[in-house]
Write a protein that binds this ligand. Structure first.
Ligand code: SF4
Length: 228
């Protein structure tokens, strides 16, 4: 049963302590907090995917943010990346509201689902390849369950590479094929699936002008056309 699989997968993720460095880091942040969120009880655990499990658009992030997902317990919630992304998604009619602030804020993903490829926050947003490989098992199970998926929007190279690894492992694409990440790049994987790359909406990319709302909205417009 689908729900049973989702339940057991999510339970395994939430109980996971396989990456010692990341477990220590996520819990240390939850204990020490930051001044502006001192009155919060931080989540401090792995962060699950969120949205419509029957959705056709799958949005892939890198990992929860230290004082975003690791605080609020929901992916792309309560940080600057979320402010940018969710506003763009709302303008593109992919969410029901423009903010993602906390778990009970009523945010709904419309025909879409978002998830981090790594479920725990890494120091300086830099996971090791071993940590990515360890968490890939969860990502793989999750993507298998998202059986109505059509378009994968990978925010950043790490999310893009994880998605390509999944398609290669499932033999949906040839192992020798090369897929290069760039903003706006689109690859047709087969008759049903498409992967699209985008710069991650991190403050660094936004503040340097690498990514702005016009660029992101243009990309989302193209994605909406492909879905409809
Ligand atoms: S990153 Fe993934 S594999 Fe590592 S501890 Fe977190 S949930 Fe477990």
């Amino acid at each position: 049963m689908l729900s049973k699989n989702w339940n057991s997968l999510n339970k395994s993720i939430l109980n996971c302590r396989k990456c010692k460095r990341l477990v220590n880091f996520r819990e240390k942040i939850a204990r020490n907090k930051t001044k502006r969120y001192n009155d919060w009880k931080y989540w401090g655990k792995p962060v699950l995917g969120y949205g419509d499990r029957q959705g056709e658009l799958i949005i892939l992030g890198l990992a929860p943010a230290a004082h975003g997902g690791n605080r609020t317990g929901r992916v792309f919630t309560g940080d600057k990346s979320a402010d940018f992304l969710i506003d763009c998604l709302h303008k593109s009619k992919i969410t029901n509201k423009p903010q993602s602030e906390h778990k009970n804020d009523g945010l709904k993903m419309l025909n879409s689902y978002m998830t981090p490829v790594l479920k725990c926050v890494p120091p300086e947003d830099k996971p090791t390849s071993k940590e990515l490989t360890t968490c890939f098992d969860f990502f793989e199970e999750e993507i298998k369950l998202l059986n109505k998926s059509k378009i994968f929007l990978a925010l950043g190279k790490i999310a893009f590479d994880a998605c390509i690894k999944f398609f290669k492992k499932k033999k949906i694409i040839d192992n020798n094929n090369k897929y290069k990440f760039s903003h706006g790049i689109s690859y047709k994987i087969n008759n049903k699936l498409i992967i699209i790359g985008s710069y991650h909406p991190s403050p660094r990319n936004v503040n340097t002008g690498r990514l702005n709302k016009r660029k992101m909205l243009n990309l989302l417009k193209k994605i909406k056309k492909k879905i409809n």
